[in-house]
Design a protein around this ligand. Sequence first.
Ligand code: ZN
Length: 393
Amino acid sequence: MLTLITNVELYSPAEMGEVDVLITDRRIAAIGSNLKEKLSVSEDLMDVVNGQGKLMFPGLVDSLVHISGGGGEGGFHTRTPQMNLTDATTGGVTTVIGALGTDATTRTLPDLLAKAQALEVEGISSYCYTGSYQLPARTLLSNVTDDIILVDKIIGVGEVAIADHRSSQPSVAEIQRVASEARVGGMIAGKAGIVSIHVGDSETLLDTLQKATEQSDLPVTQFYPTHINRNVALLDAGIKWAMQGGYIDFTSSTNQKFIEEGEVPAAKALADSLDAGVPVSRLTMSSDGNASLPVFDDDGELIGLEVGRVQSLYEAFQSAVLEYGVSIVDAISSVTLNPSKVLKLKHKGRIEVGADADFVLAEKATLDIEQVYAKGRCMVRNGSPVVKGTFEQ
Ligand code: ZN
């Protein structure tokens, strides 16, 4: 089956003007003008989508989702549910990177990998991190290096927690060790071998990463710290880290209480970082979907629990453009091309000939989602899911 999107305003994420885009099977086959006239194919064999007045850009790459569920920090009944297929697709997300979190006892890597495989069957693309919050890392095989080299879907380790009361309080040496294991695994397998870092709200901020890189040969790009918009002090430390060449990631899942307590909305953090002079290529946003959003009182006792939403990533992209004045190119890049480059997913996060046909068609003024395609298949039409997960109603 061929799909032809005509006269659409394309952001690849670079601004490409009004073009036609041809999709054959799962890939972008051609980009140009008047493609219908140039193709000697009957229209019966082609699905033609009128793209007039719409924007087209890559499907979002969400670098941190607890796809098999997370949480549990308030007892067994507070374990969060799995992500459903349409949680991703209705938010324009066509690639997810699954991770464990605080709990690597009742949550396991085999379960995470099985969920990642299920999402592939259901229609989107998925990858995983080995490990969890704690070090030494829980692994599938004997160590992090082996997991990255030998398990297709595993592209790095994480989210390893620092500066958090729920972390294993890792030493600089432990962080260096896990990073070197991931780095070698990535080199041999041709993968990112990235270390996803969960940064908590302790005053030590990014000190552990600063020391780990200053006191070793590890480059700052070995680490991918997230939740950098947790508070203003961490955002300032993150901007400094990014000015040294590091990547920083902002979390879109939040709630009113977190914002009242000083969390910076992801879209605002993106705008502030750009204003501070950080090159956009070092900035990304992710949803932290299906994480628990625990609320602790002053004594550290858990008093409430909510669940992160994958759709919040798209809302953060919209907010960055519509509320905080970030350019469409920069805002799209932060949720597509940039994470795909950090994670070395070379067919993802971009619209170019040969790339996977993962894309969003959005209404120009509001940026509201009209259609979402994943691997060449229409998953969302007129804003509603047309493909559902196995057990979704
Ligand atoms: Zn986290």
